[in-house]
Design a protein around this ligand. Structure first.
Ligand code: UTP
Length: 296
């Protein structure tokens, strides 16, 4: 029997959505950042669709106060569905919001102590299995999707995997950065990880981009609640401590990534996705050209 057939499959995914979204205030005062739509789907829907495409069965949302809209979004809206059905409107548009009963779990992060802490809040639900993590404000568009590419790599090498991409050197200090080892195709061995390094100290310009497959042992490291960059409990620091004890690889995502946690990235994603849609592309292109013309 091959080694890969003994690996536990990645069935669970954690979506940390308890951040305060300060960069989008006041929009995010009463609405979670993850519910902001790119055209007609909230950010969280893109992440959940990507998870399901990759074979994830159970969704674990780490939420906080004011985030209940996310859980509502994936509930069945009985009155809405009944009324739409009576009016003979298609319910197909709601299909992606349907989750099998029992496959959505929400846990609370009472205080936003950092991404590492948010992940640790899901430890009881994750249990003793490898699990995926999605940061929904990183919008990953690819075919197959980013997590599916990662699951395929996981089936080959096992252990821990993070998705990475190259950025200009001057941007590295905003991100988690990898110290790369040997590379083969899209897979690169990870020798070290550092969160928000100074530009001159960054080991590379390959940044962690919002998707992870981790082994449950990371929860034991997070249990120590050690604070890192910005006084927060950092996931990157916990992962760094796993290197050497378990296989650790980076997967270079073949696709496009939009940083929708920033306003510029959000606008770029909206335009780029609109320009790819059959029902909008032509009108949006004409509109963009008109606006650019007016601006000159
Ligand atoms: P960000 O650094 O983007 O923070 O978090 P944020 O609060 O969402 O947004 P800004 O920077 O204030 O505008 C990265 C991810 O980690 C989650 C966030 O929800 C986001 O998905 N997070 C962060 C938590 O769940 N809890 C935390 O304590 C911190």
């Amino acid at each position: 029997m091959g080694q890969s057939s003994q690996r536990k499959p990645v069935r669970k995914a954690v979506f940390p959505v308890a951040g305060m979204g300060t960069r989008f205030l006041p929009a995010t005062k009463a609405i979670p950042k993850e519910m902001l739509p790119i055209i007609d789907r909230p950010l969280i829907q893109y992440a959940v669709d990507e998870a399901r495409e990759a074979g994830i069965e159970q969704l674990i949302f780490v939420t906080g106060r004011g985030k209940t809209a996310i859980v509502e979004h994936f509930d069945m809206a009985f009155e809405l569905e009944t009324t739409m059905a009576e009016r003979e409107k298609s319910l197909a548009v709601l299909e992606p919001t349907r989750i099998q009963p029992g496959n959505l779990v929400a846990v609370r992060q009472q205080v936003p102590l950092g991404l590492g802490h948010a992940i640790w809040c899901a430890r009881a639900i994750v249990g003793d299995e490898p699990f995926a993590i999605f940061l929904p404000d990183e919008l990953m568009i690819g075919s197959p999707g980013c997590m599916k590419q990662m699951v395929e790599a996981y089936e080959e090498v096992g252990g821990n995997l993070i998705s990475v991409l190259e950025v200009p050197r001057e941007e590295v200090s905003s991100y988690g950065v990898i110290d790369p080892g040997a590379a083969q195709g899209a897979l690169t061995e990870v020798r070290g990880l550092v969160e928000k390094p100074r530009r001159e100290e960054a080991p590379s310009n390959l940044i962690i981009s919002g998707r992870y497959i981790l082994q449950p042992e990371v929860m034991r490291v997070l249990e120590r609640q050690e604070k890192g960059a910005g006084g927060e409990i950092q996931l990157t620091d916990a992962m760094a401590q796993m290197i050497g004890t378990q296989p650790f690889h980076a997967v270079t995502f073949a696709g496009k990534r939009y940083d929708c946690g920033s306003k510029l990235g959000f606008v770029e994603a909206t335009l780029a996705l609109a320009l790819e849609r059959d029902d909008m592309a032509e009108d949006v292109r004409a509109m963009a050209l008109r606006l650019l013309d007016q601006g000159s």
